[in-house]
Design a protein around this ligand. Structure first.
Ligand code: PLP
Length: 516
């Protein structure tokens, strides 16, 4: 069977492996319907007493119709959610080489600490005098972040990396406004290899984005920045190590160009995992940088938990930090909640940030120690280079077979004339039990495949991953296109229309019409 593109469809090549079963279960991979489809109105997992007579005070707001929630017995409810949870590929189930995301092991010690009642059961509206321990924890984590980055101040409230970008760029905007240059400094330089959140952040607070071309070696060159620098430039947003997995070696000169021209240097610190303990952004001329606690300092993310994106600020930007911030008054710590009398940019979010993530990140930092953090960075880089060295003879490296940082970037030129694309290759990895690498990002490389193994994979796990990719690569080069074109054959769902799912999601379940 062929679809419009002339490719075999689900019922084609993989037929024998996709054999239909009576239940649609595939071995122990259970089909699971929506809770609205299996729940019944007349069933409940609990016995509730009939309510005593009361008069509603809701007036016209009282619900008149049935609430329509699906009812299930307790064992049915448990099975439903356990089965759903088993469909989640997680770092706890296998290697998760999603480049730029740092899907590393989340030590269980972090979880034990985050569940301590003194952290887990407090409420952000409690009086500050009742949570001195939580404030002390935020203070200690702030201290570590400042020591590791050699920066002046840190804003703890941003809730993820992209939110941190917003915080840092808002600090830059506030500083520029304070200088009276708000009307003229309107341009933010963003390298072509940047994460999409960088230009989106700059544009969303009213800056105009200008792209900085990447050099043939995948790095940003000072001359390219100098050519764009002028009195209208507010800042550059540069990722280091960059999204090609390379250290921006000219970063100090680039920072100088910005500073001499009156601009600021925002560093996207999502890849901090590669340099913790080795290089400090404050020594490189950085004015603001977000730290993805959920990447660099573990803490579960990507469906497993929320993010947290504290932003470290240079002395030039520290006065513009958002509220709330911690202030020490002798022994006493206090959260400053209002910006009166300060030049703060204002408030970014309700409350103070992601407390549970702060606990996990500090637990990670303290259990590793300074030497352990440095070793984690070194091992992350070592593991990525091991993958690079073991695959360089079959897969192509866009910038040559040279050392990379914590992730290795391949392109699709090695797949030329095989009829297999980056997407096909990634889908075939699913059949082998691996989460695909990051695909088609960064955009500067054709058919990009960005692999980040992280430091928490063992040599044995890396070897099996490498052998699997070699087996797939050889298969593609031998012309065994069937293995790829219809993949994944063994997943609960086959190829989905991901664009349509993202652009027009169906978020509300509608009861199917009954045919009487
Ligand atoms: C992950 C990432 C971001 C965004 O961080 P979130 O926590 O997902 O908002 C920004 N830039 C780069 C390079 C990243 O890898």
């Amino acid at each position: 069977m062929l679809n419009q593109q002339g490719r075999p469809t689900a019922a084609g090549a993989g037929e024998q492996s996709a054999r239909a079963t009576f239940t649609s279960n595939r071995g122990l991979q259970m089909e699971e319907a929506l809770i609205f489809e299996i729940g019944r109105r007349d069933v409940s997992g609990v016995d509730l007493d009939e309510p005593e007579a009361f008069s509603s005070r809701l007036g016209a707001h009282a619900r008149v119709g049935e609430i329509g929630l699906p009812g299930l017995s307790e064992p049915e409810t448990v099975r439903h959610y356990v089965r759903l949870s088993q469909k989640n590929y997680a770092i706890d189930s296998g290697l998760y080489p999603l480049g730029s995301c740092t899907m590393k092991h989340n030590p269980r010690l972090n979880e034990a600490m985050a569940r301590l009642p003194g952290f887990a059961d407090i409420h952000p509206l409690q009086p500050q005098s009742s949570v001195p321990g939580a404030l002390a924890l935020m203070d200690e984590l702030s201290h570590w972040l400042l020591v590791l980055t050699n920066m002046e101040a840190v804003a703890m409230s941003p809730k993820a990396g992209a939110h941190g970008e917003l915080c840092g760029m808002a600090a830059i905007k506030t500083a520029i406004d304070a200088r009276g240059e708000g009307a003229t400094r309107r341009i933010v330089l963003v390298p072509e290899s940047a994460h999409g959140t960088n230009p989106a952040t700059a544009a969303s607070i009213g800056f105009e984005v200008k792209a900085v071309p990447a050099g043939a070696d995948g790095k940003v060159h000072p001359d390219a920045v100098r050519a764009l620098m002028g009195p209208d430039v507010a800042a550059i947003m540069l990722t280091n190590p960059n999204t090609c997995g390379l250290f921006e070696t000219e970063i100090v000169e680039i920072a100088q160009i910005l500073h001499e021209g009156g601009g600021y240097f925002y560093c996207d610190g999502a890849n901090f995992n590669a340099i913790v303990g080795k290089a400090r952004p404050g020594d490189l001329g950085v004015d603001a940088m977000h730290i993805n606690l959920h990447k660099t300092f573990s803490t579960p993310h990507g469906g497993g938990g929320p993010g947290s994106g504290p932003v470290v600020l240079s002395a030039r930007l520290a006065p513009f930090a958002p509220v709330p911030f911690l202030r020490r008054d002798g022994e006493r710590l206090a959260l400053v909640e209002h910006e009166e009398g300060t030049s703060s940019l204002g408030r970014l979010t309700a409350f103070h940030g992601q407390m549970g993530m702060f606990v996990r990140a500090l637990s990670y930092i303290l259990s590793h120690g300074a030497d352990g953090l440095k070793q984690a960075s070194e091992d992350a880089v070592l593991n990525a280079n091991y993958v690079r060295a073991c695959l360089a003879d079959v897969m192509s490296l866009p910038f040559g077979n040279k050392p990379c940082m914590h992730e290795v970037l391949f392109d699709d030129s090695w797949l030329k004339d095989t009829g297999v694309t980056t997407l096909d290759f990634a889908k075939a990895m699913i059949d082998e039990g691996y989460h695909p690498m990051t695909m088609y990002f960064p955009l500067v490389v054709h058919g990009a495949m960005l692999i980040e193994p992280t430091e928490s994979e063992s040599r044995a796990a890396l070897d099996l991953f490498i052998m699997t990719l070699r087996d797939l690569a050889m298969s593609a080069l031998r012309g065994e296109t069937e293995r790829f074109i219809g993949a994944p054959y063994l997943a609960p769902r086959r190829r989905l229309d991901e664009t349509r799912a993202a652009r027009s999601p169906i978020l509300r379940w509608v009861k199917p019409m009954r045919v009487e």
